[in-house]
Design a protein around this ligand. Structure first.
Ligand SMILES: Cc1cc2nc3c(=O)[nH]c(=O)nc-3n(C[C@H](O)[C@H](O)[C@H](O)COP(=O)(O)OP(=O)(O)OC[C@H]3O[C@@H](n4cnc5c(N)ncnc54)[C@H](O)[C@@H]3O)c2cc1C
Ligand code: FES
Length: 329
């Protein structure tokens, strides 16, 4: 099993066969920076000092020509060919709260939520801990590369995921065609945008489309921990048209304890809709006003929404350490 040495602080960790440098580091409890785990964001770049690695994914978007010229690689895609010396900074915020592990999983059920989002329930092998808001990597049979999906429930032997069908999508195509009993591998948990129970601030949850999944998990976790007794918790859900709407019962046992607002960005002509319209970040800013800057803000959704929310939060005077998010690529 290859040994990876981080020359920046002389720490060493083992890399199981087929594991990436990032996943091996996280399994060893090392805080290697990352976000998407699928080669898109570039947060997991490292310098290769000595040894050989190869990328799982050809030409990952998170790596530039300049990076390649400097012998930089992506931790989430790089598989070592033997012992390696690498260089990357570590940060405590990336030390996993739960050690990620690979597990077999069997599809139990699929429940529709909107016209193109369904909730998939998988029974996982062994005890499956995760923090509300985290995600897992699903390796779908016949599809090259794992895909990230955020859990929508609380940890246990069933992990649920709210998944949006991507037009022509490889992994979602398989998932939406799968029948109960279908099996795949789940690796996780990953992600740093999990519920912080030790904060005493009100909680705003902001979900764009399938970003609903981790926000529902956080709402469930907050209510299970009794945080709603002395903190306001509100979920804002943004989607395009009325067929994309969900109702507050998506919150399950957190319904009634967590506020719920849905907003449509582009309602169809003649839509039967009296709720807010516009981009979700504008709706949140207008409805929360001055109170927003004193809240913890969790959000999930497409990268374009994430950028707009960060800008809105910055303009509202929110300190960055009150923002918790994963971008969906
Ligand atoms: C942290 C995170 C959490 C997410 N959570 C959710 C969620 O809860 N619900 C949800 O519906 N979606 C979620 N997504 C998006 C999801 O991972 C997929 O991008 C989406 O379902 C489309 O996948 P597809 O295979 O159907 O589409 P395709 O169009 O076939 O694949 C596109 C996606 O796969 C990636 N990809 C392509 N080739 C490879 C490869 N070889 N290796 C690795 N990645 C590759 C692309 O970068 C792109 O993101 C999340 C994404 C991230 C990064
Ligand atoms: S590119 Fe590796 S974590 Fe995003």
């Amino acid at each position: 099993m290859p040994t990876i040495t981080n020359t920046r602080d002389d720490t060493r960790f083992l890399c199981e066969p087929g594991d990436t440098v990032l996943r091996a580091a996280l399994r060893a409890g090392i805080g290697m920076p990352y976000s998407c785990n699928t080669g898109s964001c570039g947060n997991c770049r490292f310098d290769l000092v000595e040894g050989e690695v190869s990328h799982l994914r050809d030409d990952p978007p998170g790596l530039s020509e300049k990076d390649r010229a400097k012998n930089r690689w992506l931790g989430c895609q790089a598989v070592p060919g033997g012992d390696c010396q690498v260089k990357f900074r570590t940060m405590d915020q990336y030390v996993p709260p739960v050690t990620p592990a690979r597990r077999g999983a069997e599809l139990q059920s699929v429940e529709p939520i909107t016209r193109d989002i369904s909730e998939f329930a998988f029974r996982v092998d062994g005890a499956g801990a995760f923090s509300p808001g985290q995600y897992a990597l699903l390796t779908v049979p016949g599809v090259e590369g794992a895909r990230a999906y955020s859990m929508s429930n609380l940890a246990g032997d069933t992990w649920r995921f709210m998944i949006k069908r991507a037009p022509g999508g490889a992994a979602t195509g398989w998932l939406f065609d799968a029948a109960p009993g279908a099996t795949l591998e789940i690796d996780g948990p990953f992600g740093t945008a999990f519920l912080r129970e030790d904060s005493d601030r009100d909680i705003v949850l902001l979900a764009g489309g399938s970003g609903l999944s981790p926000m529902v998990s956080i709402a469930l976790g907050a209510v299970a921990a009794g945080l709603h007794d002395n903190r306001k918790i509100h979920l804002f859900y943004g989607c395009r048209e009325t067929a994309d709407l969900c109702t507050p019962d998506v919150l399950g046992p957190a319904q009634g304890k967590v506020g719920f607002t849905a907003a449509l960005s582009d309602p169809e002509d003649g839509a039967d809709w009296e709720g807010p319209t516009g981009f979700l970040h504008d709706v949140v800013r207008d409805q929360m006003g001055e109170a927003l800057k004193d809240c913890d803000l969790y959000f999930a959704g497409p990268a374009v929404m994430s950028a707009a929310v960060q800008q809105m939060a910055h303009e509202a005077g929110m300190p960055m350490d009150r923002l918790f998010f994963d971008e969906f690529y």
